[in-house]
Structures are given as C-alpha cells and as structure tokens.
Design a protein around this ligand. Structure first.
Ligand SMILES: NC(=O)c1ccc[n+]([C@@H]2O[C@H](COP(=O)([O-])OP(=O)(O)OC[C@H]3O[C@@H](n4cnc5c(N)ncnc54)[C@H](OP(=O)(O)O)[C@@H]3O)[C@@H](O)[C@H]2O)c1
Length: 301
C-alpha cells in the first residue's frame, strides 16, 4: 500500500520514550503515524508526523484525531506528584471522549500488571492508571489493555542500570531473600504484540510475561555472570530498602522508587509467558551479554 493510503494511527505520548522507540519502526510498515507528545524524538523522522502536545494540558483532539483509526496510548509518568497524575488522567479522559466521538476503530492502552492491594487502593501512579483503564473498558470502543511486566531492551532504565551498578560497585543491593519472581519481556516483543493487537478486534485485558520466569536472585546472578563477576550482595530487608529508596528520591535519584521495591518483593511480577506471537519471545540472556559487552568495552576504552 502506498504511504498516503495507509491507515492513520495516533500514538499518544511515548514515541520518544522507551517503548515508543521500539514501537515506531514496528508500526511504520503498516501505518502512517501521528505522534503526539511534548518533545520531538530522534525516531520521529520521515513518515512520522510529530504533533507537539501535552495530554495533561489542552490538546485539540479534533485535529489530532482527524483521519485516525487506531489510538495507542503510552503516556504515563513513572514518578510524579498526585496533582500531576490527576491532570494527566483528566487529559486522557478527554482523549477518550474525543476518540469515542470520532469512532476510532481501535484503542490500545499500555498499562501495568496487578500490584499489591494497598498500592492499588492508594498509589496515585496506579489509581489514575486504573481509572483510565476502567473508563476505556466501559467506553464501547474496541479496546485492548496490554499489561506487560518488567521490560528490557535498548534505552531501558532498569536492567541496564542494574548492570551498570554491578559493574561499577563491589556490592549490589538485594531486597529480602530474592526468592520472588520476575519474567522480563523484550520491548521488541511488546512492540510486535501491539502491532498485532492494532489489527485485531478482540477486546479485554492482556497480561504479558516473558518466555521464562526467574527467581529475582537467579536473574541478578545471571547479570553478574554476564559481567564476568562473582555475585556479591548487600542484603537488606524490604523495609530497609523502602527507607533507602525514599532517601534516594529525596536526593533527586530516579534509579528506583519505593513503590517499585514493594511491587517487586510482593512476588506479583513473574507473569506467565505470553504465547500468542508468531515467533518465540526473546530470552533476556543475549541482552544481558550485550549490555555487559558495552559496559566492559567502555571500561577498556
Ligand atoms: N518501562 C517498563 O518497564 C514498563 C513496564 C510496563 C508498562 N509500562 C508502561 O508503558 C508505557 C510507556 O512506558 P515507557 O517506559 O516507554 O515510558 P517513558 O520512556 O517515560 O515514555 C513515556 C512517554 O510519554 C510521553 N508523555 C509523558 N507525559 C506526557 C504528557 N503529559 N503529554 C504527552 N506525552 C507525555 C513522554 O514524551 P514527552 O516527554 O515528549 O512528552 C514519553 O515519550 C507507560 O504507560 C508505562 O506505564 C512500562
């Protein structure tokens, strides 16, 4: 199909973010893309039309949605004040209204897996997200809420940061016994899944785990092994880890937030593998080797 004849797809926030960078090349083969967020990103060249817009502020959704058949929302904050979460959540509700009026064919929302009850009840990061997810499910649109667990891939802010710390310092913090589970998903696999979902009609929520479920400690041991180092841990109770991350946030660090420690140690992040893709999902080990090679190359350089 010629470029101008391809159906239009709108990405709301995120094409410049971690997931967006993987998603754009995946979608470009099938869709003409309009990407709305605040700052232009290096991947938004050529056939991608970037619209400057803050979803939490005023967006002319009539214009942004004109000719759009599929909406994919990635916009959310990893850390913000309750007021900022509120504003973004209200902005997303406006988008949903406009998308319903415009009768878009499909609406995909990237959300997050289930969290401990107390967090689901009171953490603005989750309450705002779930409010939007519920509104989408009740909108009458053809929708899919995709909830991947921990993601890895180029520009990730978790796996590569953990390995950087292991590479640099003699000890790595271990929260509790490390027996809780994780099942990392390659961001490219999430991108393929979203492309598949954009073209389908099945509605509902899809929880997505990677091809293998690890004990957390097993994964961190694997990271040390990729770096050619013997695992050495600085053990701390989950409660001390919460205190540590609160102090880190207070000092301006964006490495890890207290709610992420609570979620991780709650043993809810080891989602079962998702089997619905055309190719097997990617294991994490080659990525660990690639990050390790980069870190070791940097030190050698
Ligand atoms: N990373 C993970 O491991 C993971 C796991 C599960 C689910 N998720 C979900 O996946 C989605 C994408 O995550 P990510 O890691 O790619 O996040 P990210 O790197 O922080 O990217 C988020 C994007 O949203 C845009 N954005 C944020 N606030 C906006 C606003 N008010 N108006 C317009 N655009 C806005 C940002 O672009 P600008 O700054 O240019 O506006 C940025 O490109 C999120 O909903 C997240 O909860 C992520």
């Amino acid at each position: 199909m010629a470029g101008s004849e391809r159906p239009r797809l709108l990405l709301v926030g995120g094409a410049g973010g971690f997931v967006g960078r993987a998603l754009l090349p995946e979608l470009e083969t099938e869709y003409a893309i309009r990407s709305l967020h605040r700052e232009p990103a290096p991947v938004e060249t050529g056939r991608v039309e970037w619209l400057r817009g803050d979803v939490a502020g005023g967006v002319d959704w009539g214009r942004a949605l004109s000719g759009v058949q599929v909406v994919v929302n990635l916009a959310w904050y990893r850390w913000a004040s309750p007021e900022r979460f509120d504003r973004l959540s209200i902005g997303l509700a406006r988008l949903l209204d406009a998308a319903t009026r415009a009768r878009v064919r499909r609406f995909l929302q990237v959300s997050v897996p289930p969290a401990p009850e107390a967090m689901e009840r009171s953490l603005p990061y989750l309450t705002g997200k779930r409010r939007f997810d519920r509104a989408l499910a009740a909108s009458g649109l053809s929708y899919r809420i995709v909830r991947p667990t921990m993601l890895f891939g180029p520009h990730d802010v978790l796996v590569s940061q953990m390995m950087r710390l292991m590479h640099r310092y003699p000890f790595f913090p271990m929260f509790g016994d490390g027996e809780y589970h994780v099942s990392p998903v390659a961001v490219d696999d999430l991108a393929r899944l979203l492309r598949r979902e954009a073209g389908r009609e099945t509605v509902g929520t899809l929880d997505v785990g990677g091809p293998r479920r690890y004990r957390y400690r097993e994964l961190t041991d694997g990271m040390f092994a990729a770096l050619g180092k013997r695992p050495r841990y600085w053990r701390m109770s989950p409660r001390s880890a919460l205190r540590l991350t609160r102090t880190m946030v207070f000092l301006g660090s964006t490495l890890l937030y207290p709610y992420e420690v609570e979620w991780l140690t709650s043993d809810l992040l080891g989602l079962p593998p998702f089997g619905g893709l055309d190719r097997p999902m990617q294991p994490v080990e080659p990525y660990l080797d690639a990050v390790a090679a980069r870190l070791r190359g940097r030190r050698a350089g």
